[in-house]
Design a protein around this ligand. Sequence first.
Ligand code: CO
Length: 211
Amino acid sequence: MKTLKLLFEKNLAWASAIKDKDPEFFSLLSKQQNPEYLWIGCSDSRVPANQIVDLAPGELFVHRNIANLVVHTDLNCLSVIQYAVEALKVKHIIVCGHYGCGGIKASMDKGVNGLVDNWLRHVKDISRFNAEELKGLGQKQKFDRLCELNVIEQVANVCKTDMVQRAWEAGAELDVHGWIYNIENGILKDLDNSITSNGQLEEKHGMYELT
Ligand code: CO
């Protein structure tokens, strides 16, 4: 049986390096986590959440799936948001997409990938919502823009969850951000569509029915 020895060796070296710098690091962290941020990102191996923003264990609560989607009925993602907002009381939720996303690319083609094509129907919906804007673009521009539009849509989906709605109603400080990461140079970009209230949600996403 393969035991992936290399990974265990790397793990020991990693844990030792942290302990050398801060002997109490793991014992203190084992008592509680207190992250300020929830990161919702793509599963892509080139987009590792903690490393991109150089945050240590304990500083980032993370959910990742293919194409960083926040689907209204995905109990996995919704449970993460609930725990982050209600128990950990994070101050920021970051939806981070990335250019060159294989999930977004696959959504632009005729689906031949099996199960995952059903998941990516959600991205095809976003193409449909934004058909006017995407119509005139070349293939590369369209790909890049769809990566961005997907983030903007998922930010709105986060805002519409009952957990975020309840938090805002209770006066909690909770900002929802949309970022995109460039896998070609390692740089993050803020898509400048942060939302901190229902007023802003309505302003930026007028098509959403507010209750
Ligand atoms: Co991706």
